[in-house]
Design a protein around this ligand. Structure first.
Ligand SMILES: CC(C)(COP(=O)(O)OP(=O)(O)OC[C@H]1O[C@@H](n2cnc3c(N)ncnc32)[C@H](O)[C@@H]1OP(=O)(O)O)[C@@H](O)C(=O)NCCC(=O)NCCS
Length: 137
Protein backbone atom coordinates (compact mmCIF):
# COMPACT_ATOMS: atom_id res chain seq x y z
CA UNK A 1 0.00 0.00 0.00
CA UNK A 2 1.59 3.30 -1.05
CA UNK A 3 1.29 6.60 0.76
CA UNK A 4 1.72 10.21 -0.42
CA UNK A 5 4.49 11.85 1.62
CA UNK A 6 4.59 15.22 -0.09
CA UNK A 7 3.69 17.34 -3.10
CA UNK A 8 5.38 20.38 -4.62
CA UNK A 9 4.62 22.71 -7.49
CA UNK A 10 6.43 25.59 -9.19
CA UNK A 11 5.65 27.93 -12.06
CA UNK A 12 8.23 29.97 -13.98
CA UNK A 13 8.31 32.36 -16.92
CA UNK A 14 10.61 31.01 -19.61
CA UNK A 15 11.31 34.60 -20.73
CA UNK A 16 13.18 35.26 -17.46
CA UNK A 17 15.70 32.61 -18.50
CA UNK A 18 15.74 33.99 -22.04
CA UNK A 19 16.78 37.36 -20.61
CA UNK A 20 19.51 35.74 -18.49
CA UNK A 21 20.84 33.90 -21.53
CA UNK A 22 21.04 37.14 -23.41
CA UNK A 23 22.77 38.97 -20.57
CA UNK A 24 26.40 39.93 -20.91
CA UNK A 25 29.30 38.20 -19.20
CA UNK A 26 30.09 39.71 -15.80
CA UNK A 27 33.74 40.03 -14.64
CA UNK A 28 34.89 37.77 -17.46
CA UNK A 29 32.83 34.85 -16.23
CA UNK A 30 29.46 34.04 -17.69
CA UNK A 31 26.63 34.44 -15.21
CA UNK A 32 24.71 31.86 -17.21
CA UNK A 33 27.40 29.23 -16.81
CA UNK A 34 27.65 29.93 -13.10
CA UNK A 35 23.88 29.60 -12.79
CA UNK A 36 23.95 26.38 -14.84
CA UNK A 37 26.71 24.95 -12.63
CA UNK A 38 24.66 25.66 -9.53
CA UNK A 39 21.38 24.46 -10.99
CA UNK A 40 22.25 21.48 -13.17
CA UNK A 41 23.57 18.05 -12.24
CA UNK A 42 27.12 17.73 -13.52
CA UNK A 43 26.82 14.11 -14.65
CA UNK A 44 23.30 14.02 -16.09
CA UNK A 45 22.32 17.56 -17.12
CA UNK A 46 25.22 19.93 -17.62
CA UNK A 47 26.53 18.26 -20.80
CA UNK A 48 23.07 18.38 -22.36
CA UNK A 49 22.87 22.09 -21.60
CA UNK A 50 26.29 22.72 -23.17
CA UNK A 51 25.14 20.89 -26.31
CA UNK A 52 22.06 23.13 -26.52
CA UNK A 53 24.37 26.12 -26.04
CA UNK A 54 26.57 24.99 -28.92
CA UNK A 55 23.53 24.88 -31.20
CA UNK A 56 22.84 28.53 -30.27
CA UNK A 57 19.11 28.04 -29.90
CA UNK A 58 18.43 30.33 -26.96
CA UNK A 59 14.75 29.29 -26.86
CA UNK A 60 15.68 25.66 -26.19
CA UNK A 61 18.36 26.62 -23.68
CA UNK A 62 15.89 28.81 -21.79
CA UNK A 63 13.28 26.06 -21.75
CA UNK A 64 15.85 23.57 -20.46
CA UNK A 65 16.97 25.85 -17.61
CA UNK A 66 13.39 26.85 -16.78
CA UNK A 67 12.35 23.18 -16.66
CA UNK A 68 15.26 22.27 -14.40
CA UNK A 69 14.58 25.25 -12.12
CA UNK A 70 10.84 24.59 -11.77
CA UNK A 71 11.38 20.85 -11.26
CA UNK A 72 13.87 21.39 -8.47
CA UNK A 73 11.83 24.09 -6.75
CA UNK A 74 8.80 21.77 -6.86
CA UNK A 75 10.97 18.94 -5.59
CA UNK A 76 12.24 21.10 -2.70
CA UNK A 77 8.67 21.80 -1.63
CA UNK A 78 7.76 18.11 -1.29
CA UNK A 79 10.74 17.23 0.95
CA UNK A 80 10.81 16.93 4.75
CA UNK A 81 12.34 19.95 6.58
CA UNK A 82 15.66 18.20 7.32
CA UNK A 83 16.07 17.25 3.66
CA UNK A 84 15.15 20.81 2.65
CA UNK A 85 18.04 22.07 4.81
CA UNK A 86 20.50 19.85 2.93
CA UNK A 87 18.92 20.51 -0.47
CA UNK A 88 21.13 21.46 -3.40
CA UNK A 89 19.72 21.98 -6.88
CA UNK A 90 22.63 20.26 -8.61
CA UNK A 91 22.27 16.99 -6.71
CA UNK A 92 18.97 16.30 -8.48
CA UNK A 93 18.46 15.62 -12.16
CA UNK A 94 15.72 15.17 -14.68
CA UNK A 95 15.74 12.47 -17.28
CA UNK A 96 13.27 11.26 -19.88
CA UNK A 97 12.16 7.69 -20.49
CA UNK A 98 11.66 6.15 -23.93
CA UNK A 99 8.09 7.49 -24.08
CA UNK A 100 9.18 11.07 -23.35
CA UNK A 101 7.93 11.12 -19.78
CA UNK A 102 10.13 13.15 -17.40
CA UNK A 103 11.48 11.76 -14.13
CA UNK A 104 13.47 13.34 -11.33
CA UNK A 105 16.07 11.62 -9.20
CA UNK A 106 18.99 12.16 -6.82
CA UNK A 107 21.75 9.57 -6.48
CA UNK A 108 22.58 10.61 -2.91
CA UNK A 109 18.97 10.62 -1.61
CA UNK A 110 19.09 7.11 -0.26
CA UNK A 111 15.58 6.43 0.99
CA UNK A 112 14.85 3.45 -1.19
CA UNK A 113 11.25 3.19 0.00
CA UNK A 114 10.46 6.52 -1.68
CA UNK A 115 9.67 7.39 -5.25
CA UNK A 116 9.25 10.77 -6.95
CA UNK A 117 6.77 11.47 -9.76
CA UNK A 118 7.23 14.50 -11.99
CA UNK A 119 4.84 16.18 -14.40
CA UNK A 120 5.67 19.26 -16.49
CA UNK A 121 3.48 21.48 -18.64
CA UNK A 122 4.10 24.65 -20.63
CA UNK A 123 1.95 27.16 -22.44
CA UNK A 124 3.73 29.95 -24.31
CA UNK A 125 5.86 31.72 -21.67
CA UNK A 126 4.76 29.68 -18.64
CA UNK A 127 6.20 26.40 -17.46
CA UNK A 128 4.85 24.49 -14.49
CA UNK A 129 6.35 21.49 -12.69
CA UNK A 130 4.59 19.26 -10.19
CA UNK A 131 6.31 16.64 -8.03
CA UNK A 132 4.67 13.97 -5.92
CA UNK A 133 6.67 12.08 -3.29
CA UNK A 134 5.40 8.60 -2.59
CA UNK A 135 6.26 5.94 -0.01
CA UNK A 136 6.34 2.68 -1.90
CA UNK A 137 6.60 0.05 0.88
C1 LIG B 1 10.59 28.32 -0.36
C2 LIG B 1 10.72 28.41 -1.86
C3 LIG B 1 10.53 27.02 -2.44
C4 LIG B 1 9.65 29.38 -2.40
O1 LIG B 1 9.69 29.41 -3.82
P1 LIG B 1 9.46 30.76 -4.66
O2 LIG B 1 9.78 30.44 -6.09
O3 LIG B 1 10.16 31.89 -4.00
O4 LIG B 1 7.92 31.08 -4.54
P2 LIG B 1 6.67 30.23 -5.05
O5 LIG B 1 5.61 31.19 -5.42
O6 LIG B 1 7.05 29.19 -6.04
O7 LIG B 1 6.27 29.45 -3.75
C5 LIG B 1 5.78 30.13 -2.63
C6 LIG B 1 5.00 29.13 -1.80
O8 LIG B 1 5.87 28.07 -1.40
C7 LIG B 1 5.32 27.50 -0.21
N1 LIG B 1 6.44 27.29 0.69
C8 LIG B 1 7.13 28.20 1.40
N2 LIG B 1 8.09 27.61 2.12
C9 LIG B 1 8.01 26.28 1.85
C10 LIG B 1 8.71 25.14 2.29
N3 LIG B 1 9.74 25.20 3.14
N4 LIG B 1 8.31 23.92 1.83
C11 LIG B 1 7.30 23.81 0.98
N5 LIG B 1 6.60 24.85 0.52
C12 LIG B 1 6.95 26.08 0.95
C13 LIG B 1 4.24 28.47 0.31
O9 LIG B 1 2.97 27.91 0.04
C14 LIG B 1 4.46 29.72 -0.54
O10 LIG B 1 3.30 30.41 -0.88
P3 LIG B 1 2.39 31.15 0.28
O11 LIG B 1 3.37 31.81 1.18
O12 LIG B 1 1.53 32.08 -0.51
O13 LIG B 1 1.60 30.04 0.93
C15 LIG B 1 12.10 28.96 -2.30
O14 LIG B 1 12.25 30.27 -1.94
C16 LIG B 1 13.27 28.18 -1.77
O15 LIG B 1 13.74 28.36 -0.69
N6 LIG B 1 13.75 27.23 -2.55
C17 LIG B 1 14.81 26.38 -2.07
C18 LIG B 1 15.70 25.96 -3.15
C19 LIG B 1 16.76 26.95 -3.32
O16 LIG B 1 17.82 26.85 -2.74
N7 LIG B 1 16.46 27.91 -4.17
C20 LIG B 1 17.42 28.88 -4.52
C21 LIG B 1 16.79 30.25 -4.45
S1 LIG B 1 17.99 31.40 -4.98
Amino acid sequence: MSKILGVGIDIVKISRFDRLLNSKNVNGSSFVLRLATRLLNEKHEYGRFLKLRESRNIGNEAKYLAGAWATKEALFKCLDPEDQKAFEFRQWYRFYDERGKPHVQCDSYNKDNEQFHLSISHDEDHLIAYVLREETK
